[in-house]
Design a protein around this ligand. Sequence first.
Ligand SMILES: Nc1nc2c(c(=O)[nH]1)N[C@H]1C(S)=C(S)[C@@H](COP(=O)(O)OP(=O)(O)OC[C@H]3O[C@@H](n4cnc5c(N)ncnc54)[C@H](O)[C@@H]3O)O[C@H]1N2
Ligand code: MOO
Ligand SMILES: [Mg+2]
Length: 421
Amino acid sequence: MLERRKPIQVGEAVQRIMEHQLPGATELVSINESFGRFLSEDIIATSDVPHFDRAPYDGFAVRSVDTSVASQSNPVEFEVVDHIGAGAVSTKVVGQNQAVRIMTGAMMPEGTDAVVMFEVAQDYQKDGKPFMSIKRSFKKGDNVSFTGEDAKQGEILVNKGTLINPGIQAMLATFGYKRVPVAKKPLVGLFATGTELLEVEEELVPGKIRNSNSHMIAAQIERAGGIVHYLGKLPDEFNTCFEAVKNALNEVDVLITTGGVSVGDFDYLPAIYEKLGAEVFFNKVAMRPGSVTTVANNNGKILFGLSGNPSACYVGFELFARPIIRRMLFSEKPHLRREKAVLEVDFLKANPFTRFVRSSVFIEDGRLKVAPSGLDKSNIIMSLSGANSLTILPGGTRGFTAGSEVAVLLLEDQTGSEWPW
Ligand SMILES: Nc1nc2c(c(=O)[nH]1)N[C@H]1C(S)=C(S)[C@@H](COP(=O)(O)OP(=O)(O)OC[C@H]3O[C@@H](n4cnc5c(N)ncnc54)[C@H](O)[C@@H]3O)O[C@H]1N2
Ligand code: MOO
Ligand SMILES: [Mg+2]
């Protein structure tokens, strides 16, 4: 007899999974390989930046007190007693009406507290010695880049779980992180199930289709920050699938299958979970597409039984598997970022279940707008290529007209959201 499944709300489904979050692990990688990884520790300033007062301009370092009487009608003259570039340190102690010719980045010489830019000084030689004069006064600190103005030693600058961007690379180098503590990428196993599946290079024959889900999910795993361990495609045969899934569980942190989770005669994943003794968190979610998504826990390993239908598979991954991966990467905001957008076109289908419409968001006149990226059926592949977001149309509604404000989940954004959205 057909098993009747009881749908649960999307939010509850997400929460049930997240309660079983898996621990993240850390590893040290060379700074040269850290771009695009997630920090597994906070970055703390190991020194002040800069760690000495320095000149931000090419010019002359002076004692501001000596400039106080300088004006258009009363130029003040300085003897230039030294000449330094960035990296050099002057050994001179600068006395009254003396200056050091200094280049951007060089350490302020002892006694000096202001920098006169070349553009406002007159320099000349007198008796073969260098001099300069100025026609305006300077205050203490004028044109000085101070110790610690960029960062103070001990300050927490970036939190763990943050994706390393080019700016963070600069920061890591500044603080001497030759090796960077990053989250170990979770190893995500992937099987595609279906006797109808052909490899990408195979010719089409009646009744069979090329396996697109495993390529799609592999890219989604990488986009989320995991490592793909592709285990191949499996025919719809119970014993073959059972053995393959059971063995794979020893090799990976998380296991994803696509297909075979519905109520068809050859949908074996439910029976496989049962035989494994896995705890099924849910096997029906009040959402479209992806209502048949099934998630289970087998001795601490999470099994994601994603639908075979490509769009359902895609959405199931983003809502349920992505946050687990991001949590293992220490993210405090592991869920897709949620924003509000204006619907560009009518979407008049009634929604008994919450609908996640593959969509394209764009900015127009400073406002976020959204339109479906193609046909909205769970077996559709082509609408996925233009999707950079999922529009959430809540269940129990009769459709939405153009101009309505809707919630969208951003697929390409790295900021993320906390739960609940
Ligand atoms: N009587 C019912 N039938 C179905 C129900 C239901 O509630 N009652 N749910 C429907 C919904 S909704 C979905 S979604 C699908 C889910 O099916 P499965 O997850 O069991 O997936 P399969 O049956 O294996 O395949 C479905 C569909 O997707 C194609 N597919 C599978 N794998 C791939 C792949 N790797 N690449 C590309 N396409 C793939 C497969 O050929 C099928 O066409 O069940 C409905 N039925
Ligand atoms: O699970 Mo099916 O994708 O809801 O359409
Ligand atoms: Mg099926």
